[in-house]
Design a protein around this ligand. Sequence first.
Ligand SMILES: [Zn+2]
Length: 346
Amino acid sequence: MPLSKKDLKRYSRQILLQIVSKDGQEKLSNSEVVVIGLGALGGAIANNLVRAGVGKLRLVDRDVVELENLHRQVIYDESMLGEPKALAAAEFFQKVNPDINITPVVQDVNFSTIDKIIANSSIILDGTDNLETRFLINDLSVKKSIPWVYGGVVGTQGMTMNILHLPGKKTIGPCFRCLVPQIPAQGALPTCDTYGIINTIPMIIGSIQSTEAIKLILDHSAINDKLLFYDVWTHEFRALNIQKNHSCRCCVKHDFEFLNIKKRTVVTSLCSRDSVQIIPIKSAATPLQEFEKKLSKIGSLKKGKHTLELKIEGYTITLFLDGRVLIKGTSDETVAKSLYAKYIGN
Ligand SMILES: [Zn+2]
């Protein structure tokens, strides 16, 4: 589609840039991109892409807007509390730019939904909060040769890397599993909900991610091929060369474990008890003392002989010695997975 008069005015300062020009703006208008996860990172990414004029945008999130999101998730306000993030975001962005096509997707991303969620998108942007979803995205990206832009933030630090599939190139560089071969033990990594986060780092990492997406659409020669790390507090910046693992299960052997294993994490809804049980498959059970240290700052904790019970957001999350987690107060598996990702983490 050629650019309209209104487009030429709206994007005039961007078209002025030689690296974009009118041709580039048309390419942006004709592109389709998916943003998975609409928290602080995903919101920053989507905001940039909407304003830059990406023609079709799919916005995916399973959660609703909560008060504790607002200090960093800048696309939401108090009037949106309780609304699904994907719908609230789409409504907001459609006001910012009514001339592009935005599709909200309120869904959990898992092996059975990911194909439809990605649809015809040519780039996947990562705004997720857990490694399991990233491993799944990585599998799909390698299998279908769709580039994805990884991003992760916690505390004052963030990282980003492109997992690349460039046209005309048969092989790709290192994939996410070359960087992280296995999911770490349950609870081994801090999350924004257990460790905290400063509100500036997601804006920086999200801005880098969206710039890389724009480069993927406009100019492959400028694309970053390193893992970028930045600490906004200390200003430590690193650009690391990541080596391809020549025995990588995903990008070398094409064994797509996360697409193929039907459920990596066993989630059972115990409706009669208004509870959901989550059993992480490969988890080396983390000692409960570790969780005790982490969780004591964020909610009311009760220690049993073999359990640890956290009361938070009106739910009771019980951790067992064997790594099993029981979430009381909901029979909705999506809500339970979301609480698990926030407070337990993988
Ligand atoms: Zn790999």
